[in-house]
Ligand binder design. Sequence first.
Ligand SMILES: C[S@@+](CC[C@H](N)C(=O)[O-])C[C@H]1O[C@@H](n2cnc3c(N)ncnc32)[C@H](O)[C@@H]1O
Length: 314
Amino acid sequence: MGQRKVTARIVLHRFRGRRAESLVQIALGESAKRVHASAPVKTNTRESDYVLGTHDDEVARLGLQHRIWRSVVTDCWHRAGITHGWRVLDVGAGPGYATADLAEIVGPSGAVLGIERSARFLEAARERCARRGLTNVELREGDLMEVSLGNLGYDASWCRWVASFVSSPKKLVENIAEALRPGGVAIFHEYSDYETFRYMPVKPALESFMVEVMQSWRAAGGEPNIARELPQLLSDVGFRVTEIVPRVRTVSQRDYTWQWPKAFIQINIARLQELGRATPEWRADVLREFAEVEADAGAWFTTPMFLEIVARKE
Ligand SMILES: C[S@@+](CC[C@H](N)C(=O)[O-])C[C@H]1O[C@@H](n2cnc3c(N)ncnc32)[C@H](O)[C@@H]1O
């Protein structure tokens, strides 16, 4: 993609970022809100806190990301035993891409509860589930650092790319432990080695982009390589870790996975500038190098490595 097209997308994203939207706020613990219910309007002040943003382009990017890793994810769910009738928690559900897939798998006799702190993402999740005719999904607004899920007796939890963004992964894991039944299974897809994000041939500005992304998450109180801490945190609260699988791909432009960093760079470079972490010069360097790898049929990309962690509550 040429730089002009990239710049046009950034301008569009900025315009969208200023647009007022109708938002829904459902406090965790309040009466359950089913996906087909109509929503009162209330502004959520937390939208701007989240380091990656919650605008329309980010919703679309999370969908792309879900499609790229979907086969790995569903294979993991099947091996972990998720099936008809199970009650599954989607922790930090975002715009609900995995939530909807989980709801289809567990079927009408099962249930999925999605917890998410962004009202904007929740609204997108509700629309998605309603479009797919799902009536076994409950979506609740809640900050996992501020509320306890309680003893729900659930069969499984799914947590993907959330632990990197919370101030206390310990609290996150404790929350999940309390919500599951004995024998319940906790599943995570979380980064362990974000530094493997690399284009070949190596490009200095794209390398610095990877470093800046990690720093921005840390500045917001998170830890990109959080998966390294999860096995210990899980065993501390009574889980037995049964499986840890590294997930990393090295791909050329012909692979669909190539679209993952492409979307991320285009959207996140603008977000970094919004956060005051990117100068126009640096942004131009990153986008120029990105245009170079796009124009190089011999270029390759290695994804930031994440761990698939499966643990059973004893
Ligand atoms: C990278 S997104 C991943 C979303 C979803 N799990 C997925 O895989 O598509 C991270 C999500 O975690 C949510 N999140 C971060 N901190 C949270 C918190 N303290 N409580 C609830 N949700 C949180 C964000 O709002 C965002 O939706």
